[in-house]
Design a protein around this ligand. Structure first.
Ligand code: 13P
Length: 251
């Protein structure tokens, strides 16, 4: 499996800005062949972005998905609808949704099930808050999130899973977990996933990403980490040269 770079544009861009960014990336990222890249624009632009991407190697990701398959859920977007729009990936359980939208572990689990029912690969976000970190509960927080998210999931262990470890205190703050400190978290994540499924599943089907204040200056440390399979970028992915340089470091 290739290393993966996901650009999460959150709710930052309007239509013209989104399409302009995509057109620029199409040109700028042509040389990037060793890293798989996926863009996660706001859902209202997914179709237009898909059309612009056309037959390039660039992939599309949704930022969220409904926990339910279909029905009377005003304002929700189902996994089937997201699949129809041409997405390959869906970000699930981002800390901004867990904290600001009260998304629970149970909802995250149901969303992951919806992804697999519709042939979408979830990018499961996990990570401890500052309070959990300061009280020595980082490990227990990510174990709880992982167990709740991927226990009793129909599509596992047959399908791929992307896990994005994003410490909440590092998201959009300019603070980051140094790459050499990822090892302990990798051990916890691998142990938890392997005990739910198997070590073979982890080795063959799981890609572990790091996210949280990544920029082009520090990206290399994460690309070369033997326990990481990619990066999830927020702010830096809104800047063409920053994103290009982050991708280039992974080549
Ligand atoms: P930043 O890279 O802006 O910290 O955001 C990370 C993130 O939330 C990606 O999903």
């Amino acid at each position: 499996m290739k290393k993966l770079l996901i650009a999460n544009w959150k709710m930052e861009l309007n239509e013209a800005e989104t399409l302009d960014l995509v057109l620029n990336y199409k040109k700028r990222l042509k040389k990037i062949t060793q890293v798989e890249i996926a863009f996660a624009p706001s859902c209202v632009y997914l179709k237009e972005v898909k059309n612009l991407l056309g037959r390039t190697h660039l992939q599309l990701a949704a930022q969220n998905v409904a926990a339910q398959a279909k029905g009377k859920y005003t304002g929700e977007i189902s996994a089937a609808q997201i699949k129809e729009l041409g997405c390959s990936y869906v970000i699930v359980g981002h800390s901004e949704r867990r904290i600001k939208m009260n998304e629970t572990d149970d909802m995250v689990n149901r969303k992951i099930n919806q992804c697999y029912h519709n042939d979408l690969i979830p990018i499961l976000c996990i990570g401890e808050t500052l309070e959990e970190k300061n009280s020595g509960r980082s490990d227990s927080a990510i174990v709880r999130q992982l167990q709740a998210a991927i226990s009793k999931v129909d599509g596992l262990p047959e399908n791929e899973l992307v896990i994005a470890y994003e410490p909440v205190w590092a998201v959009g703050t300019g603070q980051f977990l140094e790459a050499e400190n990822i090892f302990a978290f990798h051990r916890t994540i691998k142990r938890t996933v392997s005990s739910l499924y198997s070590e073979k599943f982890y080795n063959d089907k799981v890609r572990l990403l790091y996210g949280g204040s990544i920029n082009s200056i520090i990206a290399k440390d994460y690309w070369v980490s033997e326990v990481l399979d990619g990066i999830l970028v927020g702010g830096a992915s809104l800047d063409i040269e920053e994103m290009y340089n982050v991708a280039l470091e992974g080549e």
